[in-house]
Design a protein around this ligand. Sequence first.
Ligand SMILES: [Zn+2]
Length: 98
Amino acid sequence: MMALFKELDPDIIRRAVQGHEDVLGPAHIKQEAFYRQFQCPRCKCSMDKEFKSGAAFDGESLVARALLRCPLCNLLLEPNTNLILENGRDPLLPDELR
Ligand SMILES: [Zn+2]
């Protein structure tokens, strides 16, 4: 059976957090700046965030952590450890050599 997801009413969310310190906003801004400094080691282009449930939380980070995917060669990088999780494919190679 497929699980159903129902969004919470935005008014209820707003009332629930009213008067509390915003700790997620600054954490998100800091994380975005961290991701922007990465580029694909192969193509040298900027990378897209990709969220995977197993890698999203480490017990310390307040906001979900992302992996970074190259839009050209499909390489997947874990930016916190600098590990390349998937090599992707060199976009300059002809199809038969990839
Ligand atoms: Zn690339």
